[in-house]
Design a protein around this ligand. Structure first.
Ligand code: SF4
Length: 595
């Protein structure tokens, strides 16, 4: 797979939310090719890039052009949503889940005098109440057990009143209150059924208040065993949240919109629920300047529904758009059926609108996140901490003459010029970059250690494997082997870390790589300018040697004052006379006038 493409996908994975939900790998034609669910979307998607030896993952990544996501409030909701989306889109890499597997519902036969509760795979248009679907199915079984044990609701299909003289085993094991033999009267049994329904509806606060009252009553009547049972039940209700927002047992059709604005960027999100299942979602981004939120939402609804034929009866909105009444009648006329626009104030509808709002927010953040190059460097090179201080080292010489080294220092991605250092190479003869790097690394870091100065978090060497190893050896000698070092080879833009033989080819579009190259080039520029200055000084010096009356003292005064022959010849006469005296200044002028 092309390195650039994988780098681009990796960067987009880093912008995903650390929240439960589903992720959708899409190809360049925007077709969904793979869907997965996760407790943390970001962590899960990131893991695909560390499993590239898996041929299946390789094939998925090979065909992926972008990665979308939908956040949910729990892993369980993510599971249900994943199932809906897989059935809807039949992604080619989700073969395992293409079968029409259905998840169970809990059925409560509230139309009966003594309602019963049991599992079923399909809902029917009867008068019973259905809850679910449940994933895994064991969650539904556990919920039924709670209804049996805690609320005494039966699971049998026995006719009541019937011919039974004795209750069945369920009563003996405390899983039924035995209405079949009159151990509980109709009103108390139905009171328990109502509590069970509150539990299944997720109306836990209301249920807990009701149970607390019963617990206090039982305590007052000194029925401590019953009070303890009720206390345990209140505790277990807190642990279970049965109601998913993303699925409705009513086979209803509705579109649910979310909205999020950050300065001049707006994200609008929609969940499309058909027959009680969320089967589609979309996001739009706009960059309005002086348009109100109400107008933006109005425009989006007009746009979205102008070409749609499949309109739901209900459209749930986060707030009322501009001209809501007119919009509702326009959509109703367009589709020849009543279409209600609602801003839910409570209940499940409000919760799913809030979820749509959060999805809008996450999508907007993903779009507006600017990559932090330091974080990216930390990830690319597997560094223990952010490389806040980075130093880059380069060597410059001409045919091995006037060899110099440079160290440039960046703090928080910015050059810290007062910390730049230059070195005349003292111990190396001729063009020998490897040993020159060794000398610079030794002098630089020995001094930092001696003076207890800040050590860098990352060192970049301009060069290949030879220079990298030379630097590493010196750092080991100085007991600084923990400082990470990489080298960047000049022409190929390949990074060597010492962990792979061939080095890593760079994606020059990445902000992190741009920073690396900036550092490398800055070290190069600084080394070259020092080298040129030395060469100029050298030729300047050799000229001065030829002028009568200019000995070592005057020579060094001139070299110190003027960096080049050009600067010196352009200087005012009186300035030069003051520096080296009238006679020597005269000789100097005569010499250069002849040139
Ligand atoms: S005790 Fe009676 S009502 Fe309860 S499950 Fe058994 S038969 Fe049904």
């Amino acid at each position: 797979m092309p390195d650039k493409k994988i780098q681009k996908l990796k960067r987009s994975a880093h912008k995903l939310p650390l929240k439960p939900g589903i992720y959708l790998f899409k190809d360049q034609n925007n077709r969904t090719i793979y869907i997965g669910k996760a407790r943390s979307i970001k962590e899960r998607v990131k893991s695909y890039f560390s499993s590239q030896s898996d041929p299946r993952i390789n094939s998925i990544l090979n065909e992926t052009d972008k990665i979308d996501f939908i956040i949910t409030d729990s892993e369980r909701e993510a599971f249900l949503l994943e199932n809906n989306f897989i059935r809807q889109y039949q992604p080619k890499f989700n073969l395992r889940l293409k079968d029409d597997k259905s998840y169970p519902y809990i059925k409560v036969t509230i139309q009966d005098k003594y309602p019963t509760v049991y599992l079923c795979r399909r809902t029917k248009p009867d008068k019973a109440r259905y809850f679910g679907p449940f994933t895994p199915a064991s969650a539904a079984r556990k919920a039924i057990l709670i209804l049996n044990k805690q609320f005494g609701i039966r699971s049998c299909k026995e006719n009541i009143p019937g011919k039974r003289k004795r209750p069945c085993l369920d009563y003996d094991i405390n899983q039924c209150s035995a209405p079949c033999v009159g151990y509980i009267d109709e009103s108390e049994y139905n009171e328990n059924v109502n509590s069970a329904l509150l539990f299944l509806e997720g109306k836990t606060e209301k249920l807990k208040n009701k149970l607390k009252k019963r617990m206090n009553d039982a305590s007052e009547k000194r029925d401590f065993e019953k009070a303890k049972g009720l206390r345990d039940l209140i505790y277990s209700i807190d642990q279970i949240n049965l109601k998913p927002k993303i699925i409705s047992v009513k086979e209803e059709d509705k579109d649910i919109f979310g909205f999020f604005r950050k300065k001049h960027t707006v994200a609008i999100y929609v969940f499309c629920m058909r027959k009680g299942q969320v089967i589609e979602s979309s996001t739009w981004m706009t960059h309005p300047k002086k348009i109100s939120d109400k107008k933006i939402l109005y425009n989006q609804l007009i746009d979205y529904y102008s070409n749609k034929t499949d309109l739901p009866e209900k459209i749930l909105l986060p707030f009322e758009p501009l001209r809501a009444d007119r919009l509702s009648s326009r959509l109703s006329q367009q589709r020849n059926k009543t279409i209600k626009l609602q801003v839910p104030q409570r209940g499940n509808n409000k919760k799913i609108v809030e979820l749509a709002n959060r999805n809008a927010e996450m999508n907007l953040l993903k779009e507006t996140i600017k990559s932090n190059p330091l974080k990216e460097l930390q990830r690319i090179f597997n560094l223990k901490s952010l490389p806040n201080i980075i130093e880059a080292i380069d060597i410059s010489n001409t045919g091995g003459k006037e060899s110099v080294g440079s160290v440039v220092v960046f703090r928080d991605s910015k050059p810290l010029k007062k910390e730049y250092r230059k070195y005349k190479i003292r111990t190396v003869e001729g063009p020998d970059d490897v040993h020159s790097i060794q000398e610079v690394v030794y002098r630089r870091y020995k001094k930092l250690v001696e003076y207890k100065l800040n050590l860098p978090d990352l060192i970049i060497i301009d060069g290949g494997k030879g220079q990298l190893n030379a630097a590493k050896n010196v750092l080991t000698e100085l007991h600084l082997s923990k400082i990470p070092v990489i080298s960047i080879a000049k022409r190929e833009e390949v990074v060597f870390t010492g962990h792979t033989r061939d080095g890593v080819k760079l994606d020059k579009t990445s902000p992190a790589v741009k920073l690396l190259l900036y550092l490398r080039d800055e070290a190069h520029r600084f080394a070259i300018s020092f080298h040129r200055k030395l060469r100029r000084d050298k030729s300047f010096e050799s000229y001065l040697d030829k002028i009568p009356g200019i000995g070592p003292k005057r020579k060094s005064a001139l070299l110190e004052k003027y960096g080049s022959i050009k600067d010196m010849t352009q200087a005012p006469n009186n300035e030069i006379i003051k520096l080296i005296g009238e006679k020597a200044a005269h000789n100097l002028k005569t010499f250069f006038n002849k040139k």
